[in-house]
Design a binder for this molecule. Structure first.
Ligand code: AMP
Ligand code: ZN
Length: 479
């Protein structure tokens, strides 16, 4: 294993990742809310998490990747009612769209993808533990709140101050679910947050029974309960977009660390990705300033090009999305693809086979050669722009077949599907003698003289040409 460092929001420092257990890294990523197609801002975060996982794998760690699906909240309920569909049918449709988009981006599927609605019991149990330990209380209407003042470490992640907390929690709630319900003021302090929401008429038939009456879990609880269930022994990395730092992750820490009684640390490393902006504002559904992967494909760019554009800036710096970045991504990818084709041809190897070996960990200890600088950049706080600079410098030194493994280890870590990169072959008019051979081959084919046609095909190939048959003739292409 080689050292991998990441900037930890908890310590505000870059730290080497030291897993809780052996070489296994537990990695929990807050997943999508499945009520519409994820926009490319969401994908900036999900793609950076995909690279994070790949970098750890290339460094020799075994990663258990958990990414949840938020399939019950105000938005999923409201939209499914609007469309007259049962919640499950509605969220399954959008989950499917999400999975297809992840596939187009060549993202590795997480090993575990738990849904909030399939873990209601675990969430109820966590609330019961918190009430028992004096960290939560039920209000008159059957909602349950976390008592923020009961956890002295509240604010350790976002470093939010008490006074600020009161105003910020009001603002966040108003932004996410409209004005705060007047009956939510049955909580003891405005800073307390809801873990169980009592059933409201706007919830339609979406509710579960609980010791506090009918209702549904609050926004933050699912990640605490599911992370504990699936990664309880591997609480290493927890990650999301920077907007999740407060209140979502702060509240997850409070619930989880208080529920176990001993305040056992809930995840060692908190990694946050900066936002994708449009005209200097956060890309978001509520601002209606977003694009999807379909929108970008309709402009003629393959998902791999978008992947490059979304990840080639440092993950901790915001990037402003524009078409220039797509044009630059396309030309960079063409260079990478050509280099890959060249060295594979020299070594007599196939790209898919090499990548599969790398994924299986066969080349963990191979030398990085001229790509050492690129790997050094990538493995230190995932400096993708630095790594790309290192790759382009190394390719200029014409390293030949020896570059196959180190170069493709980096391509694997960055997750570029080079098969998606189209290299336009310059159109060259064939010389007259080649046209004549091709014409004879065409005539032989028409006469069903297959032996002669094959011999003429080989003659063309030996001269570096290939005939592509149409219904009524042929085109010539240089091999
Ligand atoms: P959501 O589906 O809204 O829960 O968001 C899924 C993920 O996308 C979360 O990790 C968010 O922090 C992240 N996210 C939302 N908007 C953006 C954006 N404009 N740029 C980068 N990440 C974002
Ligand atoms: Zn979460």
């Amino acid at each position: 294993m080689t050292e991998v460092t990441f900037h930890n929001t908890l310590s505000r420092k870059a730290e080497p990742i030291v897993p809780t257990k052996g070489n296994v890294v537990g990695m929990y990523c807050c997943g999508p809310t499945v009520y519409a197609q994820a926009h490319i801002g969401n994908f900036r975060t999900f793609l950076n998490q995909d690279v994070m996982r790949r970098v750890l794998q290339v460094a020799g760690y075994k990663v258990i990747h958990v990414r949840n699906l938020t399939d019950v909240d105000d938005k999923t309920i409201a939209r499914s009612i609007e469309e007259g569909k049962p919640l499950t049918e509605f969220t399954e449709y959008w989950t499917d769209v999400f999975h297809k988009d992840c596939g187009r981006f060549n993202m590795l599927p997480p090993q575990i993808e738990p849904k909030a609605t399939a873990h209601i019991q675990e969430q109820i149990e966590m609330i019961e533990q918190l009430i028992e330990r004096g960290h939560a209380y039920a209000s008159e209407d059957g909602s349950v709140y976390f008592r923020v003042s009961s956890f002295e470490n509240y604010g350790k992640l976002s470093r939010i101050k008490e006074r600020q907390l009161l105003t910020d929690s009001e603002e966040v709630e108003a932004e996410e679910s409209g004005p705060v319900d007047s009956d939510e003021y049955t909580r003891d302090s405005a800073a307390d947050f809801v873990m169980w929401k009592s059933r409201k008429p706007t919830d339609g038939d979406v509710y579960w029974d609980s010791p506090w009456g009918e209702g549904r879990p609050g926004w933050h609880l699912e990640c605490s309960a599911m992370a504990m269930k699936y990664l309880g022994n591997n609480l290493d990395i927890h990650s999301g977009g920077v907007d999740l730092t407060f209140p979502h992750h702060e509240n997850e820490i409070a619930q989880s660390e208080c529920s176990c009684g001993q305040h056992k640390q809930f995840f060692k490393y908190w990694i946050h990705a900066a936002h994708l902006l449009v005209d200097n504002a956060k890309m978001s559904k509520s601002l209606n300033n977003f694009y999807t992967v379909d929108d970008i494909e309709a402009k003629g760019y393959a998902p791999v090009t978008l992947r490059y554009a979304l990840t080639s800036g440092h993950y901790r710096q915001t990037i402003n999305f524009n078409s220039d970045s797509l044009v630059a991504a396309q030309s960079a990818l063409v260079k990478l693809r050509k280099f890959s084709d060249e060295i594979l041809a020299e070594a007599g190897l196939k790209r898919a086979a090499v990548l599969k070996e790398i994924q299986k960990g066969k080349h963990l200890h191979d030398d990085w050669g001229p790509f050492a600088d690129a790997w050094n950049k990538l493995s230190h706080d995932m400096n993708i722009p630095g790594a790309l600079g290192g790759i382009f410098t190394a390719t200029k030194s014409k390293p030949g077949a020896a570059a196959v493994v180190p170069f493709h280890k980096l391509i694997f870590a960055l997750g570029y599907d080079l098969e998606q990169v189209v290299i336009e072959k310059p159109k060259v008019d064939a010389p007259e003698e080649i046209k004549a051979i091709a014409q004879k081959r065409w005539e032989a084919k028409q006469a069903k003289d297959w032996g002669a046609a094959d011999a003429l095909r080989d003659e063309l190939a030996a001269a570096g040409w290939k005939a592509l048959d149409r219904k009524d003739g042929f085109d010539l292409e240089q091999i």
